[in-house]
Write a protein that binds this ligand. Structure first.
Ligand code: PEP
Ligand code: MN
Length: 265
C-alpha cells in the first residue's frame, strides 16, 4: 500500500486509473482531457513533457512548458500528476511539478537516475524495461530503495517478443509475480504494450483480473492528430464506457473503482 497523498492510496482495494495523453501538446488539449477525466472520476493525470522517443526525428515534448501545463490543469481539476524525468538533471525540476515521477522503460537500468529517485521521498512510477526480466526489475527497485525511497509503484508495460502483431507483449504473469515478490503496488500499461487502441480495453480488463492495482492509459481528444502514440490512444469520448467496464471486472474480484456515478446510469 502506498499513500500518494492522504486522499489517494494505491495498493489497497481501490483500483487507481492514471490517464492522459502520451505527450502534453497544448493547453487546449489538456483542458479537454482534464474535463473528461474529471467527469469519469479519474484521479491521476498523465502526460509527458520530456519524451523518450525512439526516433530523434519525432516530437520530443514541450519540456518545461509541458510541465507547467499539466500542473495547472491538475490543480484546476484536483488531479495528481504523473510525468517522466528522462535524466538525473531533470529530476529536481520534474519533482517540482509532479506528484509521481515516472522512470520510463528505457531508463529502468539507468542506475544514476534510480539513485537520484531514491534520494527523494516522492512516489516513483518505475516502468519495467521492455527487454528486462522480472528479476532485473526487482533489482531496479532495490537500487531506488538503497537510497531510502520505498515509495515505488511498479508498472508492467509490455516486453519485446517475436510477435509483431502488437507493439510489445503485455506480460500478465509479471503482475502477480511482482506483487508477491516485493509487496509494492503494481499497475499495468496496456497502451504501450499493445500499441493499438482497440486492444487497450481487453488488456486492461485482463490486467485488473490478474491483480493490477491500477492502469496507466493513454487517451487523446483527437488520436489521429496526436503528436505521439496516437494509434494506441483511446479517444476521450470512450473513457466513460471504459471506466464502466473496468468497474465491472473490479467488482467481480472484490475491488472498487471510483467513477463519477452519472456515467454509470
Ligand atoms: C510513457 O509512458 O510515456 C512511455 C514513454 O512509456 P515507456 O517508458 O513504457 O515506453
Ligand atoms: Mn506514449
Amino acid at each position: 500500500m502506498l499513500a500518494i497523498n492522504p486522499n489517494l492510496v494505491i495498493g489497497e482495494q481501490e483500483i487507481i486509473i492514471m490517464a492522459g495523453p502520451c505527450s502534453v501538446e497544448s493547453v487546449e488539449q489538456m483542458v479537454k482531457v482534464g474535463e473528461v477525466l474529471h467527469k469519469c472520476g479519474i484521479k491521476v493525470i498523465r502526460g509527458g513533457a520530456y519524451k523518450p522517443r525512439t526516433s530523434p526525428r519525432t516530437f520530443q515534448g514541450l519540456g518545461l512548458d509541458g510541465l507547467k501545463i499539466i500542473r495547472s490543469i491538475a490543480d484546476e481539476f484536483g488531479f495528481c500528476v504523473v510525468t517522466e524525468a528522462l535524466s538525473v538533471e531533470q529530476i529536481p525540476l520534474v519533482n517540482e511539478y509532479a506528484d509521481i515521477i515516472q522512470i520510463g522503460s528505457r531508463n529502468m537500468q539507468h542506475f544514476p537516475i534510480l539513485w537520484a529517485a531514491g534520494e527523494l521521498r516522492k512516489p516513483i512510477l518505475l516502468k519495467r524495461g521492455f527487454m528486462n526480466t522480472i528479476e532485473e526489475t526487482l533489482f531496479a527497485v532495490e537500487h531506488i530503495m538503497s537510497k531510502g525511497n520505498d515509495r515505488i509503484i511498479l508498472c508492467e508495460r509490455g516486453i519485446r517478443t517475436f510477435d509483431s502483431e502488437t507493439r510489445f507483449t503485455l506480460d500478465l504473469s509479471a503482475i502477480p509475480i511482482l506483487k508477491s515478490r516485493c509487496g509494492l503496488p503494481v499497475i499495468a500499461d496496456p497502451s504501450h504494450a499493445v500499441g493499438k487502441a482497440n486492444l487497450v480495453t481487453p488488456l486492461s480488463l485482463a490486467s485488473i483480473a490478474a491483480g493490477a492495482d491500477g492502469l496507466l492509459i493513454e487517451c487523446h481528444p483527437n488520436p489521429d492528430n496526436a503528436l505521439s502514440d496516437g494509434s494506441q490512444s483511446l479517444p476521450l469520448e470512450i473513457m466513460p464506457r471504459f471506466m464502466d467496464q473496468i468497474k465491472k471486472v473490479a467488482i467481480a474480484i472484490g475491488r472498487t473503482v471510483e467513477t463519477n456515478d452519472s456515467i454509470n446510469k
